[in-house]
Design a protein around this ligand. Structure first.
Ligand SMILES: [Zn+2]
Length: 235
C-alpha cells in the first residue's frame, strides 16, 4: 500500500497526547486555585514540563500548531491590526517556542521579542525561506498555564516591542527596531515617590480608555474595544 505524508505518526500522536494532558493539568490547577493564588509557580511549571517530556530546546511555532491552544499564529494575525501603526504593514513576526521559561533578575520571563539580525534575514532570503524582522520567543511551560486572555495579553505585549525607525542617513530606509516599555517601575518606588509625570500620563490615558484622537492613535483602540481592553487589564 502506498504511504502518504498523512500516515499515522505514533510519535506525533504521543506528543499531542502529552500536550493535551499538560493543558488538562493546567486547567485543573486553575480550577482548584484560590482567588489571587499564584499559578506561575516553579512547582506548577515543572509539573507541566514533566508531562510534556520534551527535550529542552527551541521549536518553531508550527511544531505544535495542531493543538489549537498552541496555535499562536492566529493570535499574532488578530493583533497585527492593533499594532499596525507601530510596525507598518510588515507582517514579519515569527514565533519560537522554548520548553522552559527563562529568568531575568529572578523573575520569570514569559516571552521575549528580539530583532532578527540582518545576516539572518539575508540568509533566509538567499535560501528562499520567509524573511522575518522580529522573533517572539514564548515559554511553553508558562503558556500552557495561562488562560486564553492572558495568552493574548502576552502576545500583545511582545508585539508592542516591535518597532520601525527611519534610518539616520540620506537613504530614509525604514528599519525594524525594538521599543522599550513606557512604564518600568518598582511598586515600592512608586509607593514612596509616586509616579513620574510621563508615567501618570501613559497610565491615565490607557486606563481612561476615552476615545480621544490621541488614545486612538497611540493604542489603536477605541470605545468599541472596551471589553477586550478590560480583559487585558484585569487578567
Ligand atoms: Zn516587554
Amino acid at each position: 500500500m502506498t504511504q502518504t505524508h498523512t500516515e499515522f505518526n505514533p510519535e506525533a500522536a504521543a506528543m499531542i497526547d502529552r500536550i493535551r494532558a499538560a493543558l488538562d493539568h493546567a486547567e485543573g490547577i486553575r480550577d482548584e486555585a484560590e482567588p489571587d493564588q499564584p499559578i506561575l509557580t516553579a512547582k506548577n511549571m515543572e509539573a507541566v514540563r514533566e508531562i510534556l517530556d520534551l527535550p529542552a530546546k527551541f521549536y518553531p511555532a508550527a511544531s505544535f500548531d495542531v493543538v489549537p491552544e498552541l496555535n499562536v499564529i492566529p493570535i499574532v494575525e488578530s493583533l497585527y491590526d492593533a499594532c499596525k501603526e507601530l510596525i507598518g504593514d510588515a507582517r514579519r513576526v515569527t514565533v519560537t517556542w522554548r520548553v522552559k521559561h527563562g529568568t531575568k533578575a529572578g523573575d520569570i520571563t514569559m516571552g521575549t521579542c528580539g530583532l532578527v539580525s540582518g545576516k539572518q534575514r539575508d540568509l533566509a532570503e538567499a535560501e528562499g525561506r520567509p524573511v522575518y524582522h522580529w522573533e517572539v520567543t514564548l515559554a511553553l511551560d508558562v503558556w500552557i498555564l495561562l488562560t486564553p486572555n492572558q495568552r493574548e495579553r502576552l502576545m500583545h505585549h511582545e508585539l508592542m516591542h516591535c518597532n520601525v525607525k527611519v534610518s539616520d542617513d540620506d537613504s530614509g530606509e525604514v528599519k525594524p527596531a525594538l521599543r522599550n516599555h513606557e512604564i518600568e517601575e518598582f511598586g515600592a518606588t512608586a509607593a514612596r515617590y509616586g509616579l513620574l509625570p510621563h508615567q501618570v500620563r501613559v497610565a491615565a490615558l490607557a486606563m481612561s480608555h476615552t476615545p480621544t484622537a490621541q488614545a486612538v492613535q497611540r493604542w489603536q483602540s477605541g470605545p468599541d474595544d472596551a471589553p477586550l481592553l478590560g480583559a487585558w487589564i484585569t487578567n
